[in-house]
Design a binder for this molecule. Sequence first.
Ligand code: FES
Length: 360
Amino acid sequence: MSFAPPPMSLLAELTHRCPLACPYCSNPIALDRRASEMETADWLRVLDEAASLGVLQVHFSGGEPMARNDLPELVRHASKLNLYTNLITSGVLINDTTLEALDTAGLDHIQLSFQDVDEAGAERIGGLRGAQEKKLNAARLIKARGIPLTLNFVVHRENVARVPEMLDLAHDLGAGRVEIAHTQYYGWGLKNRALLMPSAEQLEASTEAVVKARARFGNSLAIDYVTPDYHADQPKPCMGGWGQRFVNITPSGKVLPCHAAETIPNVVFPNVATESLGAIWQDSPLFNLFRGTDWMPEPCRSCSLKEVDWGGCRCQALALTGDASATDPVCARSNQHALVMEASTAGHDGEFLYRRFGAI
Ligand code: FES
């Protein structure tokens, strides 16, 4: 086993509790309950271990991470360890008091998620009445404090037509960055894929809107744009390569190479309760399962792009083919590429399955 350089980013999923119910949530279908969440002392130790390992950035996420009262304490500890701290939040629990506590603790950056620019559209996805107003207010409070702000929009066939207004809103609220991310189809997103999948025409229009906004806003607004895999023929380097740059810790302490890894069968998921983060990163069978290129089947193994896309996404390969070690079917060279094309043009009937505890 060769030595793996340390991860750059740690995603700390502090809780799966959340007042919203988005049907594309990146949390697993089997959500961790409050009783299984790690205690404050456990997270403090994990942050120490992350800093020793060489992690540079900590993203406090959830669920809704502000549902944890110890968030300011965790941010303060991470700041003392010289870790860059980012909060990924729905913003519905932000007010003057909660924001001041985070600001005083040394929080470096906030990523504020929006479901839409349209209030009815936002409530249809998030399922929380009045959330849009709270988010707008949160953005203004964050700006007033001078905390760097990114707006996140997950887009799909119901809201993708409003990408131009999303970009305008980010600019008007004074965000330095906005992420327009087409839905990824794992977990809840996969369950709701038919209702979320944009058409090729919708994708083209959203790409054009991003190009125009980049020209219009220039350096005043950085725009990250994530396209949907299912309309592509070249896989993305998911997580920058399995076990190469990114580590995810769940509320109950499981350590994963990506947020959807728990779908992979017949592997043991290591936990920081019983092993150190460094040992898990370096030596665990899970992190070494698809690290590098030795695991790759043909045609990946002889592909000139194998160290560019690192074989694409293992969870997507599993979801579509039933085999996590298969060539990502997004790749045009996969003999199962038709699965992606069929899914991207399938019908759009049904009702949303909302992300709620016990929804399935
Ligand atoms: Fe797991 Fe892409 S989400 S490898």
